[in-house]
Design a protein around this ligand. Sequence first.
Ligand SMILES: [Zn+2]
Length: 335
Amino acid sequence: MPEKRQKLIPDEFIPEIRSRVITLDNQDYLLQNDTMYTFYERSMGELSPFFLAIKNEKKILGCKCSKCGIVRVPPMMTHCPDCEFAPTGLVEVSQVGKMNTTPPITYFATSLFLDKAPFGRGRVILEGADTALSVMLYTTTGILVPGLIKKGTEVKIIFRDERVGQISDIYCVPTSELTPEQVTKKGLQESELNWAKPKEPQFPKPTDNDTANFKQCLKEMQALAVKMSQSKRARKAIEGWRRNITVRTKAGEFAIYINNGDFRIEEKKLSSPDFIMACEDPKTLLDGLMYKGAITDSVIMKRLWISKNLEFNTIFKLDRLARFLVMEQKEKTAK
Ligand SMILES: [Zn+2]
């Protein structure tokens, strides 16, 4: 799940040099895209040691009251409000802890967090700490779904390889997904985790009915794919997007090719797909492509599994593809 280094304003948010005309009271006016820059530096103030320890030493610091001994993480107090402002001192806490709440999962993030979704957002009480630290949560087993991380789940802090001294430099994964050595290792980095072996769901042996259903669904999906590739509107939904996807179902597998507007489905095994989708019944995917219920919902409801968490983005595009085709067909009928 390594992250790309990004500019403060991502490229896609920077408008092109372009103009347009608006007409007001029968008069044409020319509007030009232009810029105004306002960047600033923000001080982390008294929390600087906490963020510097994350960035440079891969350590998590808290502050311990010299009188009552309470350890607060992050170290937001230099003096304890419970002990007539007795001074606190910085201490290092463990990088393993337990969730004190069941984290909600953000699937549809705001533009600020688009490249990080889906992620869980919860609070962990690290060993040695008395307060909970707010963290982002991920899994190495594929898509993050409800129930995977709950209140009481033991998790471990993972440090991003490239750190700038922000809270998003760290996140947690369940310790059950790590080796005992990884659980004990301090300053475990994301590149040390195995992201390439997600836990794919296993399906029972297909019956003759399942096989017939698979063939029928595949045929319908292929016909739909042809329509999507011919639809100007639908092509827009996957413009600039390229993915080769393996889809495994109970009764067989096939390949989806997304190629800058082209959408194709073939009964073929891919040797190195960008990611894998697994759904017991191919009708789950067919329904989604027919715009009968969202595919994103099928993922969240665990009817459809994907091997890479960040490919939820592609699932989101498939929903748009289905919606755009239906919209175009409706417009045509209206005319
Ligand atoms: Zn105190």
